[in-house]
Design a protein around this ligand. Structure first.
Ligand code: KG4
Length: 349
């Protein structure tokens, strides 16, 4: 079965054709990073206008690179949440119109489930049945969550403020390194001392404030204190950090983000028996985080599933991949009538 996937939840305009859930026949992406860079972050109206301009061409590219056509695909999968409403609407309207015109099924997909599914989209990956129960660390630009997957989803921890990707993007802005922050912090940190500055790992002080969130505190993340700590550190210097000092700050900050994430994964693995654990989303490209998770897998003996680098950041192949699983299991549910910018995994599974 060949599925055309469409993804426009944020600032990547993407379309892909995937065969039988795992074989990526094409993966076309127009990244709008250059358009948003002058503003240091994603500007929703610029994102949706670019989706309108680029999506038709990107869909054509995906079909022709796969050697397919509108007539030969079997279904259309589209992200309907979570994300920016005005961006989601462009992809959703296009997918709905195509499905109606072509008389093909339309499957609405949760963007976060796409990220979590991407760890299965390569030749050596086990089947979902072999991997479940699985603990997933989802680390994208907009979210950081720990999710337990059996057949369905249970969020067991999440960030109470910024996402890990956001923390890296904001740190890069403070250090005047550009946008997006994750890759540039990683590059700047090369050769730096990760222990030069002891940045906080979040939620270290259980005695401060009442806990009001519906998840266990020790499985949740908080990155806003880390960001403030970086700002204070830089303000307290009487000069702009450069060279070795800048490398040390970037390495220490990256270490704090990766450590905070890996620590919570370790705690969750100790609490929930799993057959595997996984990491997906843009921040899962990070080398330090990957190394920490590989070391953790060696320590616990659990199987680690990492996303192929080409599918870590936003893409439509992961959306088509999930749609295939939904169709295979007869779990597509009713076609969504609208996009849902705040869609949760629990709302959907
Ligand atoms: O998954 P993604 O494309 O966005 C959402 O779905 O929200 O991830 C984007 C995030 C950005 O915050 C970016 O800074 C981060 O992924 N990122 C990285 C790396 N490459 C991208 N973070 C750490 N290290 C990287 N190498």
């Amino acid at each position: 079965m060949k599925i055309l996937g469409i993804e426009t939840s944020c600032d990547e305009t993407a379309a892909a054709v995937v065969e039988d859930g795992r074989k990526v026949l094409s993966n076309a992406i127009y990244s709008q990073i250059a358009k948003h860079r002058p503003y240091g972050g994603v500007v929703p109206e610029i994102a949706s206008r670019n989706h309108v301009a680029k999506l038709p061409g990107i869909i054509d590219d995906a079909l022709s690179a796969a050697g397919e056509s509108y007539q030969t695909i079997d279904a259309i999968a589209v992200t309907y949440g979570p994300g920016l409403a005005s961006s989601l609407l462009v992809g959703y309207a296009a997918a709905k119109a195509l499905a109606q015109r072509l008389g093909k099924p339309l499957v609405g997909i949760n963007h976060h489930e796409g990220h979590l599914h991407s760890v299965f989209m390569h030749a050596e990956a086990p089947s979902e049945e072999e991997a479940f129960p699985m603990l997933g660390l989802l680390v994208s630009g907009g979210d950081s969550s720990l999710v337990r997957r059996t057949g369905c989803y249970e969020t067991v921890g999440r960030t109470i403020d910024d996402a890990a990707g956001e923390a890296l993007d904001k740190a890069a802005a403070v250090l005047d390194l550009g946008y997006p922050g994750g890759p540039v912090i990683q590059r700047t940190a090369e050769g730096g001392n990760p222990e030069a500055v002891r940045f906080p790992r979040g939620l270290d002080h259980a005695d401060r404030g009442k806990w009001i969130y519906p998840y266990d505190r020790d499985l949740c993340f908080s990155f806003s204190g880390l960001k403030t700590s970086l700002l204070t550190h830089v303000q307290n210097l009487d000069h702009e950090p450069q060279g070795g000092e800048l490398r040390d700050i970037a390495a220490s900050y990256q270490e704090a983000v990766a450590d905070a994430l890996a620590q919570r994964v370790e705690r969750a693995l100790a609490r929930f028996p799993v057959k595997s654990f996984a990491c997906a989303g843009g921040v899962s490209l990070n080398k330090v985080l990957r190394a920490k998770l590989v070391a953790l897998a060696a320590k616990t003996g659990d199987r680690l599933l990492l996303c192929p680098p080409s599918l870590c950041t936003d893409n439509a192949a992961m959306i088509a991949g999930v749609a295939y699983e939904k169709i295979r299991l007869g779990k597509t549910g009713p076609e969504p009538v609208d996009v849902d910018p705040n869609l949760r995994l629990a709302d959907w599974a």
